[in-house]
Write a protein that binds this ligand. Sequence first.
Ligand SMILES: Cc1cc2nc3c(=O)[nH]c(=O)nc-3n(C[C@H](O)[C@H](O)[C@H](O)COP(=O)(O)O)c2cc1C
Length: 226
Amino acid sequence: MKQLLILCFAALATACCSNQPPQEAEVVQTATPVVHGAEITLPAPYLKAGLTIGEALANRRSWREYSPEKLSLEELSGVLYAAAGINRPENDHLTAPSALALYPIRVYAFFEEGIYRYEAKGHKLVRVKEGNFMAVSGAQPFVATAALNLVYVADLSVYADKPIPAEHVRYLCGQDAAGYAENVNLYTAGTGLRSITRGSAAPELLQAIGLEGEQYFFALAQSVGK
Ligand SMILES: Cc1cc2nc3c(=O)[nH]c(=O)nc-3n(C[C@H](O)[C@H](O)[C@H](O)COP(=O)(O)O)c2cc1C
């Protein structure tokens, strides 16, 4: 079932009063259910959704209570664009910054239905595993109740030819992941969603994703929902 949200009242009201054509057509944002499968193609993010950045900052907080309500496809698109969407196609740079522009962070989306990898090119989710692995993406009971858990995994191979001490590399990866997560926190705070950055996960997390060996490490996680 689709809910319709009518936006851009202000632009239309201004246009009516001044007898000028509206600057922007009436925008109807739909709430499409997510259909799980081998891939979830995300719609282009709606860039005018939500509160002002100042209001989002004022609303930002960590949430540990979530309703069973799922995210719509449009909300999922907005969350992943905030985390790691390409905002400059000319160089594939993302909405979040990255030390040396190396982008070691891989974003995994955990749903009740399965685990997906986010591919910024194509703005889509590609399923890596079916099944409910929500609980291994965290160490607290509320994690399994959120609609979505994001896991930020660092791929150390991007630093292979860089003369940077291993300990510093791990800091940089963690700092990159924090930027992704905070973009999402501000997006959720501005769009009526809930989220929390988390530093904890179950020891079997990487195995559940299918990433083993020394190339990868768990950098950060985040619950998102309503
Ligand atoms: C890097 C990082 C890791 C965190 N890990 C967890 C966590 O594992 N579990 C949790 O409940 N909260 C976690 N938090 C949330 C903090 O507890 C929370 O930000 C803090 O209590 C301040 O509350 P506020 O975010 O509502 O302002 C984490 C926050 C950050 C920045």
